[in-house]
Write a protein that binds this ligand. Sequence first.
Ligand code: SF4
Ligand code: SF4
Length: 175
Amino acid sequence: MYDMQLVIPFINAQAKMKIEEHRLFRRYLLTIPFPVIDDMLHRIASKIQAETDCQTCANCCKILEPELTSDESERLAILSTNPTCFAQECTKLEPGTQILFMKAKPCIFLQNSSCSVYSQRPDSCANYPHLSEPRSKFRMARIIDQYGVCPIVFQSIEALKEHIGFAVGTMLPVS
Ligand code: SF4
Ligand code: SF4
């Protein structure tokens, strides 16, 4: 339906253009109870997610650094071609928080726009873009960080703006 070659640069540019709009949007959300926002966003996002073919996109797998538990890291190391190399070259420990992340970009498990370890992928990949989690109002800064990365987030935020009467939503370009 959408040409991701057009969509990804478009949402990236929109994210840069809308920094001030998104600051005002987050302020506007403060006037609405969080369960109301959760309900709207969850309904909007689940519909958009169901209509999106992630295999035509895979942008998150190309540019993000998913968080890993130590169990997930061990599991993926075994699934990689070289476990020692996986630990050294494909993961990093964040100083201070000691949280483990995958760091290879694109992800070494991405093959022809598909996840080659799909059934064993980390929870942070399975739950991305985290729009169905509760208290979205209080996570909105992090959600909007993904506005220029993920077409599902872009469309969900634009639809939410319309639903709450904040702005007329921006549409994705079609080829
Ligand atoms: S979750 Fe978002 S960024 Fe990732 S592949 Fe699907 S549409 Fe693309
Ligand atoms: S493990 Fe799979 S879902 Fe997660 S970033 Fe890599 S290719 Fe994408």
